[in-house]
Design a protein around this ligand. Structure first.
Ligand code: NAP
Length: 329
């Protein structure tokens, strides 16, 4: 098993030296805007939800577990009241979404569409990282299924609503780990073969798919005021990095993580920049990749490969047709 880049080629160190280009104070008034945040009950999704709602957006927390989402809503209400005492009563709602299952994902998107609301901001934030090999409800390697396929289905079904609500934004969460994918970038023929990947290269593959999808989608939307961009949030202290800590089981690694990992309130700024900054429209920023805090850099050469972007799009469409038939996007 080979990685596409050796560790020395990875650009992670850039996140330590790039400047802070966006702050919570720069988020504009979002009254009248409707947003969906996937994986909104914890970590970066929760921090995104708090900021969007505190600035007036009506936010749907698209989560797989109602109890965790309800707790997050109560916590967010309290936090917004304390941190933004002048903001109006936050509008927060739960939308049940399980990205591990395409049929349920389609149903979640349709449930939102049935509400008849506009959609101005979609943050595809949910993610699972470096977990042991498993198959999704549809028989697809689970990190690829949740991190990419689920968001592909959800976004494409919501696309007409995003277009009719324009100007609108789509933000995908990738990672520097997209540079540590499997040897061919995406091995479509052996996706489900655990002997051809590791738990971490499967994560990298799914995060590469997030950038490839963002770029292919941005190309399709080049004549619309629907702005699609992709963020690496940095190394952020969330539930997700606890998996990494568990995996390494190393006190030095844990201490290093605790020392260098950003708080979610700071790590969330790059995705908030892409979701809310007026600069995205005024500078016509589309299909680009940003690292903390709100700095554009070039992703890996695989991510730039238009042929691979289109191959992933066609592969994803075929999978949707195969698994959920004509009722897919
Ligand atoms: N933290 C970092 O350092 C870092 C670095 C680079 C990229 N990222 C990316 O940032 C994003 C947010 O992660 P995080 O760090 O905030 O981690 P997190 O706290 O673990 O949040 C992940 C969210 O995804 C949800 N999720 C997992 N499986 C799902 C499914 N089948 N359907 C719907 N939602 C599901 C989780 O829900 P449950 O609570 O129900 O599990 C949780 O709300 C991810 O895409 C991740 O890859 C994070």
């Amino acid at each position: 098993m080979m990685f596409s880049n050796s560790l020395t080629q990875l650009q992670w160190w850039k996140t330590l030296i790039t400047p802070v280009q966006f702050s919570h104070e720069q988020i504009p008034d979002l009254s009248g805007k409707v947003a969906i945040v996937t994986g909104a009950n914890s970590g970066l999704g929760y921090a995104t939800t708090v900021s969007l709602a505190a600035h007036g957006a009506h936010v749907f927390l698209a989560c797989r577990n109602e109890e965790r989402a309800t707790e997050a809503i109560a916590k967010a209400r309290k936090e917004i009241k304390e941190t933004y005492p002048n903001s109006p009563e936050p509008k927060l709602e739960f939308l049940e979404l399980d990205l591990n299952d395409m049929r349920k994902t389609r149903d979640a998107a349709n449930e939102f569409l049935d509400r008849g609301l506009p959609l101005h901001i979609l943050v595809c934030n949910s993610g699972i990282m470096a977990i042991p090999f498993a198959l999704s409800a549809d028989g697809i390697e689970s990190q690829f299924a949740v991190n990419h396929m689920g968001h592909f289905v959800f976004t494409t079904i919501l696309l007409d609503r995003l277009k009719s609500s324009q100007p609108s934004r789509i933000v995908l969460l990738s990672s520097m780990a997209h540079e540590a994918t499997v040897e061919s970038g995406i091995d479509f023929l052996t996706l489900n073969d655990p002997s051809k990947s590791t738990s971490f290269s499967r994560y990298g593959r799914s995060k590469l798919a997030n950038i490839l999808f963002a770029k292919a989608l941005a190309r399709r939307l080049s004549n619309e005021r629907v702005y699609v961009n992709v963020a690496h949030p940095g190394y952020v202290n969330t539930n997700q990095i606890k998996y990494t800590k568990r995996e390494f089981k190393d006190r030095v690694t844990q201490a290093f993580s605790d020392l260098v990992a950003m708080a979610p309130e700071k790590g969330v700024l790059t995705q908030l920049y892409l979701a809310t900054s007026p600069e995205i429209e005024s500078r016509d920023i589309r299909g680009r990749y940003f690292i903390p805090i709100a700095n554009e850099i070039q992703p890996s050469s695989y991510a730039h490969d238009e042929e691979l972007q289109e191959k992933l799009w066609a592969f994803s469409e075929d999978l949707v047709r195969e698994k959920i038939g004509a009722q897919g996007p």
